[in-house]
Write a protein that binds this ligand. Structure first.
Ligand code: UP5
Length: 190
């Protein structure tokens, strides 16, 4: 882990790759604190805060909200946490996010879980989810995928070049994916 006693995992992967499905299982199994950037942003929308309207618009368009907003939400949530073991889901989504988190929070991830899944399967899952998300329609899904390929994959490449990425085949059933997730975490954290 990092020197200040913080242990931090980033979970990245395309929209629908299973980040929000696997992270609660990590919490249950390892006792990490789960911070989902998308959920923290959604809570801002629902609180009716000043930024809420802007965030909702960004979500509808599949665009990445400014680091200033997201990093602050993550930082607040980290400060409130009773543990120093974090699994951060769906962040950083671009190089700006990554640099801002490193500069402001001053924490590097111990490693990155990368959920690899075909585009066809991602689209299938998102169209089937049917939970009333403003961004689960085919137009927004296409935009989210484009943003993922253009902006998030470079972040994964960045960590990959530093030997920090564990790629997981996320196309398989939930429990099989979690078996691999557990194996990777046990290797680094015990
Ligand atoms: N499912 C899951 N695993 C499965 C499996 N192994 N086999 C079969 N089905 C599986 O899963 C999606 C669906 O697939 C579910 O129905 C699930 O049952 C099924 P889920 O676990 O929710 O996948 P996840 O990767 O979490 O998908 P999600 O849609 O939540 O990912 P996104 O990354 O798109 O969403 P997020 O909430 O992180 O971001 C939404 C928007 O917020 C972004 O587009 C952006 O506008 C904004 N945002 C920012 O601007 N900045 C940020 O830092 C974060 C978000």
């Amino acid at each position: 882990g990092t020197s200040n006693g913080v242990f931090c995992i980033f979970v990245l992967g395309g929209p629908g790759s299973g980040k929000g499905t696997q992270c609660p299982k990590i919490v249950e199994h390892f006792g990490f604190t789960h911070l989902c950037a998308g959920d923290l942003l959604q809570a801002e929308v629902e609180s009716g805060s000043e930024n809420g309207k802007m965030i909702e618009q960004f979500k509808k368009e599949g665009k990445i909200v400014s680091s200033e907003v997201t990093v602050k939400l993550l930082q607040n949530a980290m400060q409130k946490s009773t543990t120093k073991k974090f699994v951060i889901d769906g962040f950083p989504r671009n190089e700006e996010n990554r640099a801002a988190f490193e500069n402001i929070v001053k924490i590097q991830p111990d490693f990155v879980l990368f959920f690899d899944c075909s585009q066809e399967e991602l689209i299938r899952r998102l169209l089937n989810r049917n939970q009333g998300r403003v961004d689960d329609n085919i137009e927004t899904i296409s935009k989210r995928l484009r943003v993922y390929f253009d902006s998030t994959l470079p972040v994964i490449d960045y960590y990959s070049s530093r030997g920090k990425v564990h790629k997981i085949d996320a196309q398989r059933p939930v429990e099989e994916v979690f078996d691999d997730v557990k194996r990777v975490i046990y290797k680094h954290y015990s």
